[in-house]
Design a binder for this molecule. Sequence first.
Ligand SMILES: NC(=O)c1ccc[n+]([C@@H]2O[C@H](COP(=O)([O-])OP(=O)(O)OC[C@H]3O[C@@H](n4cnc5c(N)ncnc54)[C@H](O)[C@@H]3O)[C@@H](O)[C@H]2O)c1
Length: 699
Amino acid sequence: MSELVTYERQGEIGVITANNPPVNALGQGVRQGLAEAIAQGVADGEAKALLIICEGRTFFAGADIREFGKPPQAPGLPEVLDAIESSPKPIVAAIHGTAFGGGLEVALACHYRCGVASAQFGLPEVKLGLLPGAGGTQRLPRLIGVEPALGMITSGDPIGGKEALANGLADELVEGDLREGALAFARRIVAEGKPPVKIRDLTASIEEAKAKPSLFDDYRKRIAARARGNLSALRCIDAVEGVVTLPFDEGIARERALFQEALVSDQSAALRYVFFAEREVAKIPDVPKDTPTLDVKRGAVLGAGTMGGGIAMNFANAGIAVTLVDVNPDVLKRGMEIIERNYASTVSKGRLSQEEMDKRMALITPGEGLEAVAGADLVIEAVFEDMALKKEIFGKLDTLARPDAVLATNTSTLDVNEIAAATSRPGQVLGMHFFSPANVMRLLEIVRGAKTEPGPLATAMAVARRMGKVGAVVGVCDGFVGNRMLHQYTREAAFLIEEGALPQQVDKVITGFGLPMGPFAMGDLAGLDIGFRVRKHRKAQGTLTGRYAGHVADRLCEMERFGQKTSAGYYRYEKGSRAPVPDPDVEALILKTSEELGIARRNISDEEILARCLYPMINEAAKILDEGIALRASDVDIIWINGYGFPAHRGGPMFHADSVGVKSVYDAVCEFQKEHGDVWKPANLLKKLAEEGGTFTGR
Ligand SMILES: NC(=O)c1ccc[n+]([C@@H]2O[C@H](COP(=O)([O-])OP(=O)(O)OC[C@H]3O[C@@H](n4cnc5c(N)ncnc54)[C@H](O)[C@@H]3O)[C@@H](O)[C@H]2O)c1
């Protein structure tokens, strides 16, 4: 028998133990071992019931990802599960850790399930663009009901032990030692003469679902509204529907067919790529994993404005005490009130307990003077975007902060090296560029200055992780990675409306592609006044070059149409609504602008709109990679997925470029350069990859 799975008898119970560190993944050896142990247990005349339990930190945590993309090796999981389910002796699963994916499917093939309260039960396949492919979509609904199962399968989110007990997924929770408790549970089943309960034969929840004929279509509508073109959850619904419309074996066959379809889909390829890219982004080649970091026990945030408050919440959410400092006592008071209101709203939605909110509020101390930074391990500055002010503050921090403290700036546009030079310890200075709202957005660009040392960099990455953020290391340049690319995108969008498109057409193409909003709705949300001020400033400085992208936006701002905050921008907004409504006045203004610029408006196709919006970003990213500002193309994708809502099922802009073909992106960029000038000059990397037939992401 395989060493990964053993069989032994304890009294009248045959105990099957798997031991495949680190997570008992269901690789070929484990499957083989399970099949043999089940056969042995069934044949063992002394055994009246069998128990499946795992050593180490978890029950089977899922498939073995090393087998991904390789030809399947016998025995397949479905065969093993059939052997479990058809055993004439009751089989009990004893669960701890994470019973995910194939792991939960093993438990569902068993006749009874017990586990510890801390165990997690889930079918996360949808997150990789897949669906449970070993009976999960057929057995889970039969066991816990169709609607609760749809919730788990389409979200991919796990539930805990208590919830599993409540919805019938677990038959019993074990306190204390799992093995002892599970053996006692199995003995009780034998003593009470309970039969093996095959989930395939359960019908109550099917009858219940049949009584609601519109259940699946209603669910589809709800999911489609959120999915933005991601078909994975819809495919899961198709599979679960088989529970109601097909006999068990045909339902299983349909699940299998849908699984195969998902496995070879572009969307699943993209989502699996993103899964690995998110692991990759944490690695910094010249900063080894064991680089000593500072244990951040206390933080300080300077500036209690839009960003500062959210950043302070991140500290508190991670359980780190923080002082929030502002020179303006009114702003500080308001900042604290906003934090309290934000938490209270989460509590009212049932997503946070009052007790947890109180704990977090208690971790945030307001302060008025910079002296408050004295006890902090990490200081994050989020004051006005003004170089002179930031330099003054960092100069003071140099004397006030502890010698080993990490000093970070949240600047979006200023030179981190210049800020670092205002201190005598530039090695400990870096950027921590949060995205708004800072307590919500997952992305954190960690800006490595020319002199930033490995320790502080690793410390910032570790804090990002504790805060539940995705930290991506970027270099110093105007706009870093995300906003530098964004700038290209919004510029081209502005040109498109001068040339013939309307905001609603451009936005529709972008949302149709899968972003949550298009560039014009986004402009209205962010506020058009910021860009207006920047352009005026640049005009005064004489630093504006090339074709001007602000004609329409300037006119809107001159009419005090600043976006949502004034209920009018590129769109108009009904009172109390954030839904953009196309505005004939804006259309007239755009037509007039084109005329004044001497541009003959033309029909612009959706294809051109998409290419004009996405390709300059891809080209800019290639320049960013050329310059070493981003470490890898996949980091760029992680930045755009987590900071700007780029659809994960498209893999990010660079993976998308590879999907389209780097050569065709390059050819289009060259064409646009001929038409629109040197803002479209192809990046060296783009040219090189196109010529070599290479890809950005190894796709
Ligand atoms: N707003 C965004 O979307 C966003 C996103 C990323 C980064 N940023 C960056 O974050 C920083 C802050 O932006 P914001 O939008 O929160 O600005 P804000 O104007 O809302 O807040 C800045 C706060 O700093 C305070 N302040 C000024 N001088 C101070 C001093 N000497 N000591 C302590 N506090 C002082 C002000 O009273 C004000 O409350 C800027 O560098 C900005 O570029 C902003």
